[in-house]
Design a protein around this ligand. Structure first.
Ligand SMILES: [Zn+2]
Length: 329
């Protein structure tokens, strides 16, 4: 049913990337030292999940500094591009990035400003390369910010593996970046209607697919069935994986699924979910055109899941409210 001018995105937004992660170089101390001495090396400064970006009309690019301009802080290797330019991230004050250079300096039109931005604002505006670098850098910076002490004994930890792990200075235990798996699922009934729900914290009219965190000792498929039942009373079968998307806000990996409803009666939990309903494609299109419903922003995998079911890009604004799910959203 896709019109000729519409297309479903090829993949979730935050899975775009272009830089080789160069994992073998993370333990190559000579190479790392040389790269850090090279003024051509680009460093992305991250503070509280934000970076400096040059933002124009619907386009943005990251601001990088040379290693000599980077602030003191935990640095981490992000990768190497096809011209052998090395990219690092460092957690520190963004003031240090003022006077840095934009990634290309070209392609931005209209009013352009350099300002702080995070993934939610800049994620969809950046090039594939910059979007991948920002997602990787924010995820690692978020982890380093809370991983300074050993979770076993409380002693300080130090970065290793070019910032991709940390080791306790007392008991020698190794600690890796934390990533919480969350499931997000598009459920359809036998009439191919899709289940959409409104989180109790969202404004009226804002709906999305269901989501929640995977519990210890649980498979992702089990989490899908449990969350759908808990939140809406609907029982599902044929839970199948669609795609995933990093969601480092602060440290999740969103695992996208489809599932078939075995029962269709809705009984919302009234705590997390305020209301839920079945929508045909026509229902959804009409509600969006009338402005009665607000969809998740294009940054989130929820919108991608809905669009793969809908069969085209959704009508209406796509960069509306804040995206994704909250804790066990
Ligand atoms: Zn320890």
């Amino acid at each position: 049913m896709a019109g000729s001018h519409l297309s479903v995105p090829g993949g979730p937004e935050l899975t775009r990337h272009q830089i080789e992660r160069a994992t073998a170089l993370r333990t190559d101390q000579d190479w790392l030292a040389k790269a850090w001495d090279d003024p051509a090396t680009r460093v992305l400064v991250v503070e509280d999940g934000q970076v400096l970006a040059r933002i124009g009309d619907g386009v943005a690019e990251l601001i990088f500094v040379a290693p000599g301009q980077a602030p003191e802080g935990d640095s981490f290797l992000l990768g190497v591009d096809s011209s052998d330019v090395a990219y690092f991230g460092v957690g520190g004050p963004l003031g240090a990035a003022e006077g840095g250079t934009p990634s290309s300096g070209a392609g931005l039109q209209g009013e352009v400003a350099v300002r702080r931005a995070g993934l939610r604002e800049a994620g969809t505006l950046l090039s594939d390369r910059d979007a991948g670098l920002l997602t990787h850098a924010v995820a690692l910076a978020n982890w380093h910010a809370v991983a300074g002490f050993c979770s076993r004994c409380g002693a300080p930890t130090r970065p290793e593996m070019a910032g991709h792990s940390r080791r306790c200075t007392s008991d020698g235990s190794e600690h890796f970046p934390r990533c919480d798996p969350a499931v997000i699922m598009l459920v359809t009934d036998p009439d191919d209607r899709c289940l959409l729900a409104r989180n109790a914290q969202w404004p009226k009219g804002r709906v999305s697919v269901l989501a929640g965190f995977v519990e210890p000792g649980e498979s992702a498929e089990q989490a899908v069935a449990r969350e759908v039942r808990e939140e809406t009373g609907v029982i599902v079968s044929a839970v199948r994986y669609s795609a995933s998307q990093p969601w480092p806000m602060p440290h999740s990996l969103m695992l996208g699924f489809r599932a078939d409803a075995v029962t269709t009666q809705i009984d919302v939990d009234a705590e997390e979910i305020e209301e839920a309903g079945w929508y045909s494609r026509d229902d959804l299109r009409n509600a969006l055109v009338e402005g009665d419903l607000l969809m998740p922003p294009s940054l989130s995998i929820s919108r991608w899941l809905i669009e793969t079911w809908y069969g085209a890009a959704l009508p209406g604004p796509c960069r509306s409210a804040a995206g994704g799910v909250g804790r066990a959203g």
